[in-house]
Design a binder for this molecule. Structure first.
Ligand code: THU
Length: 136
């Protein structure tokens, strides 16, 4: 599997954002999830008239990948905004969903900042998280 650069991963997210279904918020988000085998699975946010049914781009990408049997991930790139791109850090639900399938210490979350692509680990986004280790 070929190596995917961070810029290329963000470009996948940008392409996915074009498919966002966001008639209520007008906030379109794209995500590109990098699996440990080098493959990329994308997602966009999907909204619903019953707002609580809306699903974020990150979870759409994650659930698409999981449903295809992919179980190990190394990074995600996220971009979002109304007309222009603005920084779009993953929401708390998506952080928790990703943490279930990633090594949070090494899994990278890339977002778009004014200065360019910004990377931080998932454990920095979700410190002291509840996980399967608590259920032991
Ligand atoms: N949204 C995402 O898709 N990902 C995020 O990380 C934050 C928010 C979506 C949900 C909703 O459709 C819209 O953006 C506004 O909250």
């Amino acid at each position: 599997m070929e190596k995917v650069s961070i810029e290329a991963l963000m470009e996948h997210a940008r392409e996915a954002r074009k498919k966002a279904i966001a008639p209520y918020s007008s906030f379109s988000v794209g995500a590109a999830l990098l699996a440990s085998d080098g493959s990329v699975v994308t997602g966009c946010n999907i909204e619903n008239a019953a707002y609580s049914v809306c699903c974020c781009a990150e979870r759409v990408a994650l659930f698409k990948a999981l449903s295809e049997g992919v179980r190990s991930f190394s990074a995600i790139a996220v971009c979002g905004g109304r007309d222009e791109e603005v920084p779009c850090p993953p929401c708390g639900v998506c952080r928790q969903a990703l943490a279930e399938y990633a090594d949070a210490e090494s899994f990278m979350v890339y977002t778009m900042e004014a200065s360019g692509i910004f990377g931080m680990t998932l454990s920095e986004y979700l410190p002291k998280s509840f996980s399967k280790k608590e259920l032991k």
